[in-house]
Design a protein around this ligand. Sequence first.
Ligand code: HEM
Length: 509
Amino acid sequence: MAFSWILSYPVTSLLVAYIAYLGGLVIYRLYFHPLAKFPGPKYAAISRWHEFYYEVVKKGQFTFKVQEYHKRYGPIVRIVPDEIHIQDSQFYDTLYAKAGRVDKYDWMAGRFGCDTSVFTTGPDELHRIRRGALNPLFSRARIVDLQTIIREKISLLLDRLREFRTEGRILPINRAFMALTGDVVMEYCFSMTYDHLKLPNFEKTLHEPFMAASISGHLSLQCPWVPKLLFMLPESVLVKIEPLYALVFRMQADFRKQITAMKEGKMDDLIKESSHPTVFQELISGSMPPSEKETRRLQDEAQLVVAAGVTTTGWALSTATFHLLNNPHTLAKLRAELESAMPDPTAPLSWSELEKLPYLTGCVREAVRLSYAVTTRNPRLFNKPLAYKDWVIPARTPVSMTIVDVNDDEDIFPDPREFKPERWINPPKTKDGSSLERYFVGFGKGTRSCLGINLAHAELYMTLAAVFRNFRFELYDTDITDVELAHDFFLPSPRLDSNGVRVKVLEKE
Ligand code: HEM
């Protein structure tokens, strides 16, 4: 036999078998896979290595690479062997809202190390249980009641801004906003806060561990064994070799401690004294099945809900602040509206009253649009084939779109990178006459859309009104590259050496 010598060397024969397997896989993926006929680069049909390269090596660049694929191959592209991506703002509603209940892509659950959270849950039935328990706690009525707490925290923020003004110090306002959103969401979830609003320079907010989870997420997805291996190392070693993961594990341990303390009744006094319901206490005493109340499960939920509540809203406030200070005409219009609606700057309006102010509403819409919140594609899986133009996407194929693509679509939002509150006023329409609101997708759409939309809106309206009615600022050593999207770590990130949005708080006129 010609190849009999190979079989006498076990390592060689294993190697040959592996190469034959890889060759077979490449041929299958290129010519026989159900997605074989879809447009896209050949290398993308063969493996995920290009995704690894753009996400891990080039640090969050795959979203932009996918945009290049669309320029070359059209609105529908096979971006990795098993996934289809669509770039067509008209289709967003169909994919996320009209197509009904859908599953999420299990592969993506491993990104942050909180696999059992509501956001990372794959199957629709399980998601219903988890989301059903949270929904009433984040309803509009609940958030209307939470305004007292939000106002208390904003008032603390305003005190700190006065302090920076008196002392003539440079204010890292993006950090101040992260401290605000962190203190609000922790108070609502646990009836306690870390008082980050009181830190001298807001130097240690929850933004750091969440950003660490977000940055390390690409590697965790591509190589799921990495976090598992690192988790086994002592913290003292981990801090030296992988400080990002060290920060993530410490934050997770902290949430575990909070949940355990709550379950053991150690937080009962705090919760009884609290003027508002406490999200995790309600989940623990609510009607979810016992398996859903296990400490590890609730730890995952806490990590996700708090993370979603801190960075998104904090970054939207920072983005709006940059653009307002960078566009004096826009700022003047906002201030004129606020001065007429709030003649006494110390007497704040309610969230519902603020929502009636058209220019402020335009600023909130633009803040959400230009801060993007989630910059990675959001895959969905359907049990039936899905039609897109002449294409039929096989059932159970992960199909995604990316919010950034809609928010930056020139046909919908002319001069898409400009902060133009006017585009949302009187009555907002697109070029073809349809409602612009249809393309307001910053909170996602459908059954998996943002749980915290009411909390986010209350914070955005109330904070922008309070800050810009009471203070004047000047940007300090900050330009557009400090807010513009440069890296997609699931959460948006500007250039990595940015020092954030920094301002001088000016004396009153
Ligand atoms: C400007 C502020 C915010 C924006 C733009 C935003 C945006 C989003 C988006 C786009 C999604 C869906 C992602 C997907 O399609 O899979 C999402 C999900 C979610 N958001 Fe927000 N978010 C914001 C603030 C908040 C706040 C304040 C909270 C609450 C504390 C929150 C909690 C959540 C949760 C729990 C989910 C997962 C929902 C699920 O999978 O059922 N978000 N958010």
